[in-house]
Design a protein around this ligand. Structure first.
Ligand code: FAD
Ligand code: SF4
Length: 491
């Protein structure tokens, strides 16, 4: 039997074929030397690998080396590996010549099925909605025959409730917190030593907040399905300054480390609806995230060409400023942005809407380089990986490909943030104002973005109305000049 080489994001039992299969895990220090990762992300990944090695005992060889190549030189047996999750890792494995590459695991829709679906679809329809229908039918999730349960594929209209501003939080219990152990203490000591040796991290250290073992991840999943899923749908798109996780699952790092198979969560949610009375809009919303979005962005990463990651069709050439790179939330007065950055700094995680509509939106408006943002999101979030960042950052949030996966740029004014959150009340800026002392940087930034890019997005039918509104603004040149002057300074 070949020895199974497990990468750090392949840690669940579904990455092995046999309970006794010999395993190789390589902890490469050069990964952390090359780029400054969030300290808590480094901790999470190393702790998860070392916990997996401890679980496997003699079955696993655990090598701590400078590079993967150094590790491989110490192993002479035949090796196989499940399809790696980045092009760089795949090329490296291929170059070794002696490692058998197996099909990918940890996702639902196989790459070949996705390619068949995409090849048979009009390019302009390579959209989440059409893929999601295909996946629901292909995997028989929440369907009755050829129809969706509840009569509609998306029940989003029934979700979208405003943030419960008065209560200050969604009324659900917090996700269970993992307890640190000796392995975590050892990881923390190693990272302290690496920092003294000159390896740089970003973000703050803190107690470990995310699962590193399958058991911890399963506990969080069960808790979510029982206590939080019902409230997931209504508040999916809302934000609260006093409730970071709201009713989100906070499971992305567990799926991405391979601790959980997405299908077990999807089936668990379906059962919560069919057997335990969980509301269908919440269940459908959660299934759409996992079976839809997660698999869609994974498969697009491989389906599109390697150059997709570096697209920059909006000619966004400004380098990401230092305060953002260093996640200096204290330098920022704009409440929504400061809180989103603080979440990244203190825990390496904020939910979908701060990522897309605050962080991504602000960067898009400023014309920052998409490739630098892909790198920043990848390094700064506990769940960040190359495959997930390319689509979410370059494709969706920065519209750097002019819409290969999205129908329009996710640019919006402060009015959006005001509608879905409680941020604007505690902010020195006013979301309705675009010019002057208290002009909201997102509102002014929105008009300035449209002004700068009007020729590039002119042919997009969904941008016709905003561009018409732009043409009617008498003060647009002044707004654009004001935002140019704001430059790279924190707002
Ligand atoms: C700019 C930007 C950057 C992002 N970066 C990442 C990232 O580095 N890693 C990551 O896993 N997700 C990323 N996402 C997607 C999404 O924001 C996170 O998966 C989600 O916020 C994680 O929190 P959660 O586990 O509570 O998710 P929930 O809201 O509970 O959703 C359930 C699950 O669905 C999956 N999911 C939902 N949306 C997406 C999506 N767009 N892409 C991939 N998976 C999705 C995740 O596995 C998530 O755990 C990003 C989105 C944007 C707009
Ligand atoms: S006023 Fe603008 S900057 Fe302030 S919180 Fe609202 S949207 Fe954010």
């Amino acid at each position: 039997m070949s020895r199974r080489w497990l990468f750090a994001d392949q840690l669940g039992p579904h990455f092995l074929d046999d309970r006794r299969q010999p395993v190789l895990l390589i902890e490469s220090k050069s990964v952390f030397r090359r780029r400054a990762f969030h300290r808590q992300k480094a901790h999470l990944v190393l702790s998860a690998m070392r916990h997996r090695a401890a679980e496997l005992g003699d079955q696993a060889r655990y090598l701590r080396t400078e590079t993967y190549a150094d590790g491989l030189r110490q192993v002479s047996e035949p090796l196989d590996v499940c399809h790696p999750t980045s092009r760089r890792a795949l090329d490296f494995v291929r170059r070794q010549g002696r490692v058998t590459i197996l099909p990918a695991r940890g996702f639902v829709t196989a790459m070949t099925d996705f390619a068949d679906w995409a090849d048979g679809t009009r390019r302009s329809s390579l959209r989440l909605d059409t893929f999601y229908r295909f996946a629901r039918l292909r995997h028989q999730v929440l369907v009755e025959g050829a129809d969706p349960v509840g009569g509609r594929w998306s029940l989003d209209q029934q979700n979208r409730r405003p943030a419960p501003k008065q209560a200050g939080r969604v009324s659900v219990p917090n996700p269970p917190t993992p307890r640190e152990d000796d392995i975590d203490a050892e990881v923390r000591a190693d990272l302290d030593r690496w920092e003294r040796e000159g390896i740089r991290f970003v973000g703050r250290d803190g107690p470990r907040r995310f699962p590193v073992t399958r058991r911890e991840a399963q506990t969080r999943l069960r808790h979510f399905l029982r206590h939080r899923l019902s409230a997931f749908g209504p508040y999916e798109d809302a934000m609260l300054s006093t409730d970071a996780s709201m009713a989100h699952s906070v499971l992305s790092s567990s799926f991405n480390l391979g601790l959980l198979d997405p299908m077990e969560a999807i089936r668990g949610a379906e059962k919560a609806y069919r057997a335990d009375g969980a509301p269908l809009p919440s269940v459908e919303g959660f299934v759409r995230q996992l079976l839809g979005w997660r698999d869609f962005v994974w498969n697009l990463y491989w389906y599109f060409d390697a150059g997709w990651r570096d697209s920059n069709a909006l000619a966004a050439r400004r380098t990401v400023p230092r305060w953002w790179q260093e996640i200096d939330a204290d330098a920022v007065r704009a409440h929504c942005l400061s809180d989103a950055l603080d979440g990244v700094r203190s825990r390496g995680w904020v939910h979908h809407i701060p990522r897309l509509m605050v962080l991504g939106n602000y960067a898009l408006q400023r014309g920052w380089r998409p490739d630098e943002l892909v790198d920043w999101f990848h390094r700064s979030f506990v769940d960040g990986y190359e495959w997930v960042m390319t689509a979410n950052v370059a494709g969706m949030s920065q519209f750097a490909d002019l819409g290969r996966m999205s129908t329009k740029p996710y640019a919006s004014t402060g009015a959006y943030v005001d509608r879905v959150s409680d941020y604007c009340g505690g902010c020195p800026y006013d979301p309705k104002v675009r010019l002057g002392e208290n002009a909201c940087p997102l509102t002014a930034g929105y008009w300035s973005f449209l002004h700068r890019n009007k020729d590039r997005i002119r042919d997009n039918p969904r941008m016709a109305r905003p561009l018409k509104q732009l043409a009617q603004l008498a003060d647009v040149d002044a707004v654009a000049a004001q935002e140019r002057q704001r430059g790279i300074d924190p707002p």
